[in-house]
Design a protein around this ligand. Structure first.
Ligand SMILES: C[S@@+](CC[C@H](N)C(=O)[O-])C[C@H]1O[C@@H](n2cnc3c(N)ncnc32)[C@H](O)[C@@H]1O
Length: 390
């Protein structure tokens, strides 16, 4: 079976030590899907090969585009035997657009692959002891979940960019965007080169924001509102400590802070967030929580100013994809809360940071659960609990 729209991987300059190889056609079976770019992984004569637009158990023919010593990249030429997990993507441009890497994969299989990515990312932590792995919290709606999208205008057309290029893929509907955004999409007009963000706010109003948006602060807490509600509930479920003091680090506009303030009435709660605009917005909503203190600061700098507190403490952290620095881990170890709840959008940096916390046996990883915030893509949200080891 030939896919209607085989994904076109543009040739980028070969990295050092890599050889561009344009015409060699190989046949292989796809074993799994990777976290990096969501591409499929197979093996050809012992060499690992990365290919976009494929499904685990597909047998495919692919053209090799890049060769490194133990790793090749290839582009899909033909699906020889389709996987039982392959499906026709509902979106006609899914295999060309950079927005969705996994629409051709049945949703249940997307979850299987995300579970595997989490397991593989955390493998290095096994030496520090066992933890409970809870099943991924699947999204109830696998389509039409995004509450904001960025549209680009070029050559009189509107759409999204192709993977790893700025080639415009024209669209008249996005299958992962809220239907209210799709209605608005038909109306918006702009001149070439302009970027427009369409967003549904908390009141259900559709906003049209032209140009660059505030780079410091996300306008709304999370892109998938339904799964964000699941995340907030799960965060509270994970808390086992009867905390006397609480910190919410990388707090944004208080998405997790306000549920914590309600959960621990009267307890001291410090929220740290880099963006002054986000903290300003959150402070304005904090009047009913006299014990909630907002700091507009870098987390590392903010923590340095805080003396070690008495009694059992809880620190919740939800950093960007880069995770936290060694300095922040050192500050967490100094403050020594009884429990740390770590929300992560990157299993790789999560594993690195957890190793820094469990490495000297001050903490142990208690449980980990994935949450599917972004169906049709390889992106993964994680929530984990670490407890003081003594
Ligand atoms: C993944 S978001 C989480 C926001 C919030 N917890 C939520 O649930 O919406 C990460 C947040 O960390 C903030 N941030 C990034 N680097 C930071 C730093 N070095 N210090 C403090 N905050 C930072 C970003 O501005 C962003 O609001």
């Amino acid at each position: 079976m030939k896919p209607k729209n085989s994904r076109i991987n543009r040739h980028r300059p070969a990295p050092q030590g890599a050889v561009p190889a344009s015409n060699e056609i190989i046949e292989l079976t796809i074993e799994s899907l990777s976290y990096h770019g969501g591409r499929g992984v197979g093996r050809f004569e012992g060499v690992v090969v990365f290919i976009g637009g494929v499904v685990p158990q597909d047998v495919v023919r692919a053209r090799v585009t890049l060769k490194k010593s133990r790793l090749w990249e290839a582009e899909l030429v033909e699906v020889v035997t389709p996987s039982p997990f392959r499906r026709q993507p509902p979106c006609p441009v899914a295999l060309r657009c950079g927005g969705c890497s996994w629409q051709q994969v049945a949703y249940a299989q997307q979850i299987v692959q995300k579970e595997k990515i989490i397991r593989d990312s955390l493998r290095g932590l096994v030496q520090y002891g066992a933890w409970e792995s809870l099943p991924i919290l699947e999204a109830r709606e696998e389509f039409f979940y995004r509450n904001r999208i960025q549209i680009h205008f070029r050559g009189g057309k509107k759409g999204f960019f192709a993977p790893r290029t700025r080639d415009l893929i024209a669209i008249d509907k996005c299958w992962i965007a809220d239907e209210r955004l799709n209605d608005k999409l038909h109306e918006v007009k702009a001149t070439d080169g302009v970027k427009i963000e369409l967003a549904v706010n908390e009141r259900g109003e559709v906003l049209t924001i032209a140009g660059e948006r505030d780079p410091e602060a996300a306008l709304f807490a999370q892109v998938n509102q339904a799964q964000n509600e699941v995340l907030k509930t799960r965060m509270l479920d994970f808390i086992s400590v009867k905390a006397e003091w609480i910190m919410d680090l990388y707090a944004g506009s208080g998405n997790l802070t306000f549920p914590l303030a309600k959960h621990f009435p009267g307890k001291s709660l410090t929220a740290i967030e880099l963006s002054p605009r986000a903290t300003e917005r959150a402070r304005a909503l904090s009047a009913e929580y006299p014990n909630l203190h907002w700091m507009a600061a870098d987390v590392g700098e903010g923590l340095k100013q805080i003396k070690k507190l008495n009694g059992p403490g809880l620190i919740v952290l939800d950093p960007p994809r880069t995770g936290v620095s060694q300095q922040v881990c050192d500050e967490l170890l100094r403050l020594a809360p009884q429990q740390i709840v770590y929300v992560s959008c990157n299993p790789t940096t999560f594993a690195r940071d957890v190793e820094r916390l469990v490495g000297n046996k001050q903490y142990r990883l208690e449980k980990v659960q994935g949450l599917d915030m972004f169906p049709q893509t390889e992106h993964i949200e994680l929530i984990a609990s670490l407890c003081a080891a003594t």
